[in-house]
Design a protein around this ligand. Structure first.
Ligand SMILES: [Zn+2]
Length: 361
């Protein structure tokens, strides 16, 4: 499902808004309009101006979050990392890049670029406010946006994934140990931080926000750890090194009942469907489950198999296989050599290889 819409391009990078962001924007605008002074405009008359100021504040914040992300992207691009898009979510922005540079110095600069932008915007706006210091509602807007930028700066420097501070910490550690150990250590610190924050949230009023953020940090730390582990361990591993070569195949004319027997015999959950040396599709246990038990004798594999097969040449990197499976949400890939099937790679094959290779560390 497409949950983001593109609103334009800056520095050649598509800028997208996620649906959660579109939902939260009017909520923020409304909160700013009904809040009392310093953090809102509930004393402003007429009512229309009050809402206009609320909306203007929300939109300014959105622009600041975007500028923060562009700060990251600018440094990334200068070091040759391609940014595919910037998406603004409920919690802020996410720049999706082809690959996070595994060079600690570049990652350090890149991670710091975003918070630096927030700090710069915040400082300028607060200085402007200090220079004039009247009680104009417009100037209050300047102060609010400035203040929130400083909060964004501080929040993003929390040394935990997925915050920028987590990346700063990792790159600092990576200069002193292997990249994977640096990631594990940084993720561990992030998780500990999240646990303390969650416990703190239990005892303070309004602590629900802390618990939510703690939860978000914990998940982010675990995901970053897992993703790095897999891609670092699989580095340099080719598909042909990990694929299963003796592939049991089935034919499209077989009945689903015969397929179930094959499954019991070979203990695999998915099989390529091959007729006369040509791969016609793939059939898995999930496909079987859709057919009621009593009809399995009469239903052919050709009726239940997935026809659009996704394949990769055997010389590709193992990481690409994982990416392709994740992207298409499938459990196995057909591996080809000169367009002929030579093997199959399943998620289980990949994970088993990761576990084995990790023992070498
Ligand atoms: Zn950032």
């Amino acid at each position: 499902m497409n949950t983001s819409i593109q609103i334009g391009k800056i520095m050649g990078i598509p800028i997208k808004l996620h649906i959660t962001f579109l939902l939260i924007l009017p909520v923020f605008a409304y909160i700013f309009s009904i809040n009392p002074p310093r953090f809102g405009f509930n004393d402003v008359e007429p009512l229309s101006l009050r809402y206009a100021l609320g909306m203007a504040t929300a939109l300014s914040l959105f622009t600041c979050v975007l500028l923060h992300e562009l700060g990251h992207s600018y440094v990334a691009k200068r070091h040759g990392t391609n940014i595919q898009s910037i998406t603004l979510f409920l919690f802020g922005g996410v720049s999706s890049m082809e690959e996070i540079p595994r060079n600690p110095k570049v990652e350090f600069k890149m991670a710091l670029a975003g918070p630096s932008v927030s700090l710069l915007i915040g400082s300028i706006l607060i200085i402007i406010y200090q220079l004039f210091k009247t009680d104009s509602a417009y100037l209050r807007l300047v102060w609010m946006v400035g203040y929130i930028n400083i909060v964004l700066f501080v929040f993003n420097l929390i040394p935990a994934f997925p915050m920028d501070g987590g990346r700063v910490l990792r790159s600092w550690l990576a200069g002193r140990m292997s990249y994977i150990r640096a990631t594990r250590t940084a993720a561990g610190i992030g998780k500990m931080f999240a646990i303390f924050m969650g416990i703190f949230g239990l005892f303070v009023p309004g602590g629900l926000w802390f618990i939510l953020i703690a939860f978000f940090i914990y998940i982010g730390a675990s995901e970053e750890e897992k993703a790095t582990e897999v891609s670092v361990v699989l580095e340099g591993v080719k598909i042909k090194d990990i694929m299963s070569k003796d592939v049991t195949t089935v034919t499209s004319g077989m009945s689903v009942e015969e397929l179930v027997d094959t499954m019991f015999r070979f203990k695999h959950m998915g099989y390529p469907v091959v007729d006369d040396a040509e791969v016609k599709g793939i059939v898995t246990f999930t496909d079987v489950q859709k057919v009621p038990r009593e009809e399995r004798k009469n239903v052919r594999i050709s009726q239940v198999m997935t026809k659009g097969i996704i394949s990769l040449p055997e010389d590709e990197d193992a990481v690409s296989a994982l990416k392709l499976m994740t992207l298409n949400n499938i459990g196995r890939l057909i591996i080809t050599k000169e367009k002929k099937m030579v093997g199959i790679v399943s998620r289980t094959d990949l994970l088993r290889s990761v576990q084995l290779l990790e023992q070498h560390e």
